[in-house]
Write a protein that binds this ligand. Structure first.
Ligand code: HEC
Length: 124
């Protein structure tokens, strides 16, 4: 009887631990992205947006491998559908979530793409 009680106690503690771990991970994931349309800096395609594409996207989206029909290695490719490009990195369900098979890119980078589009998606 005493032994059984020990097992129950150990089991409960284990469940509590697992539960706390899961809660901690879930909390990390639902942290809201600080994406807003307040854009104080002017975002440059060449200096800000193209490097984001080169670091995260052009391995699959380039001139010889246009996954999903997107060559993201140049201005015309990125601007062929800025709404889809933004939706894909925001992962809001309006497009396939990108980068495929990797973590979401940093919020600060998503914010830059958002600002660049709001500023007219210029070839600057
Ligand atoms: C590991 C390869 C890979 C990487 C890296 C990658 N993509 Fe994709 N992407 C794909 C494939 C494959 C498709 C076509 C299938 C699909 O839509 O899921 C695609 C489709 C897309 C589409 C079309 C989605 C739609 O719903 O029509 C967009 C936009 C896109 N990618 C943007 C990006 C952006 C922006 C990045 C970088 C942040 C990126 N991708 C990184 C492989 C990749």
């Amino acid at each position: 009887m005493k032994k059984k009680f020990k097992y129950i106690l150990a089991g409960s503690l284990l469940l509590l631990f697992v539960d706390l771990t899961i809660t901690a991970c879930t909390k990390d994931k639902v942290k809201p992205a600080p994406i807003d349309s307040t854009c104080t800096d002017t975002i440059s395609f060449t200096n800000d947006i193209l490097p984001i594409m080169q670091n995260n996207c052009t391995s699959c989206h380039n001139a010889s491998n246009t996954s999903g029909g997107y060559d993201l290695s140049n201005y015309s490719g990125v601007t062929q559908n800025t709404g889809k490009v933004y939706g894909s990195i925001l992962q809001d369900g309006s497009a396939s979530s990108m980068p495929q098979g990797s973590n979401k890119i940093a919020d600060s980078l998503i914010q830059k793409v958002n600002c660049w589009i709001n500023q007219g998606a210029k070839n600057n």
